[in-house]
Write a protein that binds this ligand. Structure first.
Ligand code: NAD
Length: 487
């Protein structure tokens, strides 16, 4: 029997101007571990989007609004208070995330939620450290710049790290003084709704954070809305392109955190056991539904056999299991649709002639209908195969081989994406030389995947543009105004 949830799931309403309201239609959010409905969620249409944008506009535009008249220090304290409330309710938040997404409670409780809280605190502290500058121009002028909030931010979030990625956007947006209309992913709206309640409890003024649940149409309506000044999007590259096109008419500011097919490169002179662990977690952590998953593993030919034997052995011991069980390390794929997509890539790998070394099958956990998949490893992959080029977004690893640094730099870069990369070697010169050559927003050396609220994250190439986390995010949530005064 799968663990029963302790959380009471209330029907999801929309948060507009500080009030929870119904929409004219609803959709269902499912538990991927059972395939069963978790609850009804309001499906925001154009009328609700209009109202949410109007509320965010009023909270931003009215110079007398509580938000506009609030000092940076007070804004920071509000963000900190939200973080405290998240910490108070961390068990509930973690459980909701696991129920909705299928990720192990171990990950929600000990990785996603602590980092989400930390991100809120990082931006709470940053609120008072957003500066303009005085500029030396002419002796007859006093010239300076102001960093001002952009206005109303439309934040559109995917299902893989629902609350964590919400904080990546709302933390800096609010710290900089913007107001927000948030659209969570239709597969995983529960933690965003709980977050909305915590924002209210913390005392965030009405209209500063509005939450509109719904699917692609709700997102598209936000992107096209003339009342939105900036879209902060995380999701797939194909939707990112559509968002850029749809945002063009109103010339909205856009930041895009998109897909990846990140190379994880192992040299023979690395600590192989650490590299095996890094390769394993790089693809199977988060069920591989991770934008920066190390989904292309490059092994130096001389260690390929030894490495793969260890990796495959480890993968065969990893069994998908009940996500609410604290011992589980591989949960359920987020949806039936995503399971089908991942299975179609496994079929493609087989038909293109790659060698299936581990996994490849859907499995039943406790006799149920959840969307569980074995950890899957392909060997004998060449860089032109579909499974080496396209983002699978599941626990499926493509392994390739190389002979030297030049060759692997070229192979690693021959892909449309450029989100992240890993390098495993004990040769310092080689590590840094390759780090410079890889076209990736983040390069990890002798580790794979760590993140910090202070460290910028984002993509090169078709993995998007703009940076989230760290102080650089401020550039994407402010406008720079030049003020020129004759003396
Ligand atoms: P998706 O692009 O299908 O959906 C993401 C969000 O966009 C959802 O909220 C969805 O409702 C909304 N949406 C869909 N169509 C839209 C449209 N036309 N206009 C506006 N909004 C629209 O992505 P997904 O399947 O939910 O998430 C997986 C993708 O996200 C992967 O490609 C992954 O790599 C990427 N991702 C990237 C990062 C990063 O930081 N670079 C992080 C996590 C996930």
């Amino acid at each position: 029997m799968l663990t029963a949830s302790r959380s009471k799931i209330e029907p999801g309403k929309l948060l507009i101007n500080g009030e929870w309201v119904d929409a004219s239609t609803v959709f269902i959010t499912f538990n991927p571990a059972t395939g069963e409905a978790l609850g009804e969620i309001a499906d925001a249409g154009p009328a609700e989007i209009d109202r949410a944008v109007a509320a965010a506009r009023a909270a931003f535009d009215d110079p007398k609004s509580k938000w506009r008249s609030m000092s940076a220090s007070e804004r920071g304290r509000l963000l900190w208070k939200i973080a405290d409330l998240m910490e108070r309710d961390i068990e509930e938040l973690a459980e909701l995330e696991t129920l909705d997404n299928g990720k192990p409670i171990f990950e929600s409780r000990y990785v996603d939620m602590p980092m989400a809280i930390d991100v809120m605190r990082y931006y709470a502290g940053l609120a008072t450290k957003i500066y303009g500058e005085t500029v030396n121009t002419q002796s007859s002028a006093f010239t300076y710049t102001l960093r001002e909030p952009i206005g109303v931010v439309g934040a559109i979030v995917p299902w893989n790290f629902p609350l964590l990625l919400t904080t990546w956007k709302l933390g800096p947006a609010l710290a900089c003084g913007n107001t927000v209309v948030l659209k969570p992913a239709e597969q995983t709206p529960l933690t965003a709704l709980k977050f909305g309640r915590l924002c209210q409890e913390a005392g965030l003024p009405a209209g500063v954070v509005n939450i509109v649940t719904g699917g692609p149409q709700t997102g598209a309506a936000l992107v096209k809305h003339a009342g939105i000044d900036k879209i902060a999007f995380t999701g797939s590259t194909s939707v990112g392109k559509e968002i850029m096109r749809n945002a063009a008419d109103t010339l909205k500011r856009v930041t895009l955190e998109l897909g990846g097919k990140s190379p994880n490169i192992v040299f023979a002179d690395s600590d192989l056991d650490s590299a095996v662990k890094g390769a394993f977690n790089g693809i199977f952590y988060g069920k591989g539904e991770v934008c920066n998953a190390g989904s292309r593993l490059f092994l130096e030919n001389s260690v390929k056999d030894e490495f793969l034997a260890k990796l495959v052995d480890r993968a065969k011991k990893l069994k998908p299991a009940d996500p609410l069980d604290p011992k589980t390390r591989l949960g359920a794929i987020v949806s039936e649709q995503q399971l089908k997509t991942v299975m179609s890539y496994i079929d493609a790998g087989k038909s293109e002639g790659a060698e299936l070394l581990a996994g490849g099958n859907r499995v039943s956990v406790d006799g149920g209908n959840g969307y569980f998949l074995e950890p899957t490893i392909f060997g004998g992959v060449n860089n032109d195969m579909k499974i080496a080029q396209e983002e699978i977004f599941g626990p499926v690893l493509a392994t390739l081989t190389f002979d030297d640094l030049d060759q692997v730099a070229d192979l690693a870069n021959r892909n449309i994406y450029g989100l992240a990369a890993g390098i495993w070697t004990n040769n310092v010169k080689k590590a840094h030389a390759l780090a410079r050559r890889l076209k990736a927003g983040t390069v990890w050396i002798n580790t794979y995947g760590p993140m910090d609220a202070a460290m910028p994250f984002g993509g090169f190439k078709q993995s998007g543009f703009g940076r989230e986390l760290g102080a650089h995010a401020v550039e994407h949530y402010t406008e720079l105004k030049s003020v020129w005064m004759a003396l």
